[in-house]
Each structure stands twice: as C-alpha cells, then as structure tokens.
Design a binder for this molecule. Structure first.
Ligand code: DX5
Ligand code: ZN
Length: 218
C-alpha cells in the first residue's frame, strides 16, 4: 500500500521543553507544528521566530499547519524559514493557486488544508499544484477533540480524485487520530496521520508512533 506517515503534533507537548520533546519523537516521519493566531481559530500558539528555531533543532522534517488569517502574506515567510512543508487553510487564502506556487518556488512542499465543513470538490483541479492535502477531522483550534466520522466520505472522495488524476499528493488527516480511529481514516484513503494527544499523552511517544504506524499502514 501507500506509505503511512505519523506526524506528531507538538501542540500536546511541553512548550517549555521543546527540544527535549522533539527528541522523544525522533522515530516520527515529521513533526507537525500548529500555528494559531486567535483570528482564524479561537486559540493562540506560537509564531515564526519559534517555528524557525524548532526547524533548526528538529531531528525530523518540520510540517507547519498554519491556522492563521492573512495567510497569503505569512505562509511564504514560513517557507523561507527552511521548513520541509507549509500547509495553509484554503478558507484563509484569497489566492490559493498563487500561494501554492509561491511555497514551492521558495523550496517548501505546498500543503492545503480544509476545515471539516469545507467541500473538496471545488479544489480538485488544484491537486497538481499541491504536495499534500490536509482534511481536518476536527474543527481546528484545540487538541484532544473527538474524530469527526462525518469527514470520512470526503477523505474517500479526495483519495479517489488523487488516484484518478495520477498526481503524487499525500492525503493527511489531523484531529482525533487514535489507535481506534486511525484504521477508519486509513481505510478511507488517508496516508499521513497527525496525532497530538495519542502520541504525547502516552508514557512512551516512540512506542505510540510505532503502534499507530502499524495500524495506519494498509
Ligand atoms: C487542532 C490541531 C491538531 C491537534 C491535534 O487544531 O490542528 O494538530 O494538535 O490534536 P489531537 O491529535 O489531540 O486531536
Ligand atoms: Zn494541526
């Protein structure tokens, strides 16, 4: 099957010991960094200077999930910070095609995220512009929420479109991924799984990553 990746979210890590928290997930495929601005979502986390430093010390590639307004202005600066991939929300962008191209031109993989109630169909022609499509499986803003099964048909439709157009686009899910829900998301077609509480909430994040990976690999 398609390669399965586990990207732990540092939203559930200890923010005062980030370097040590990164060392605890050194067997992950990438680290997922949630950037929130209290406008696009009702929560606030970290911004560019901190993300830039995390990228410098991380043992694994950094994947930034930007839950911020005015993303057309901000996302390119994250690409310039040398991140492996930068994911913006389509609801926050006025020019998603231009933005995806700009991210790639600056050397980052281009990711585009959809909130749970945002349909994927209007964006299917954009797949060749993307390296990753993120389908949110909770309303963005907080860790530890329950997986929304209502998003499963959308994941299936996105996977069918990716296979149908033959593009090399990863399909990521984020929110409520546990050892139980990961199977449903994988069967629907997701291949990159973000997990916050299901990794950092466990005594051994490394073992949690291995166990999730085994269940997410079909
Ligand atoms: C939510 C964030 C997620 C969050 C996931 O808005 O985008 O990345 O950290 O946390 P869990 O895995 O606990 O649902
Ligand atoms: Zn996220």
């Amino acid at each position: 099957g398609i390669k399965c990746c586990i990207n732990p979210s540092i939203l559930s890590a200890d923010f005062v010991n980030l370097q040590a928290e990164l060392a605890r997930i050194s067997n992950a495929d990438a680290v997922h960094v949630d950037v929130m601005d209290n406008h696009f979502v009702p929560n606030l986390t970290i911004g560019l200077p901190v993300v830039e430093r995390i990228a410098q010390v991380s043992p694994v590639p950094l994947d930034a999930h930007l839950m911020i307004a005015e993303v057309d202005r901000w996302a390119p600066l994250y690409a310039d910070a040398g991140l492996d991939s930068v994911t913006f929300h389509v609801e926050a962008s006025n020019a998603p095609i231009k933005l995806a191209r700009e991210l790639r031109a600056r050397g980052a993989k281009a990711g585009m995220a959809l909130r749970p109630a945002t349909a994927v169909e209007p964006y299917l022609d954009m797949l060749p512009e993307l390296d990753m499509l993120l389908i949110m499986t909770v309303e963005p803003g907080f860790g530890g929420q329950a997986f929304l099964d209502i998003t499963l048909p959308k994941i299936r439709r996105a996977r069918a479109a990716i296979e149908g157009s033959g593009v090399n686009v990863a399909l990521q899910v984020d929110g409520g991924i546990t050892e139980e829900t990961i199977t449903r998301a994988a069967e629907a077609g997701a291949n990159i799984f973000v997990a916050g509480s299901a990794v950092y909430g466990k005594p051994s994040p490394q073992e949690a990553i291995e166990s999730l990976r085994a269940k997410g690999q079909l």
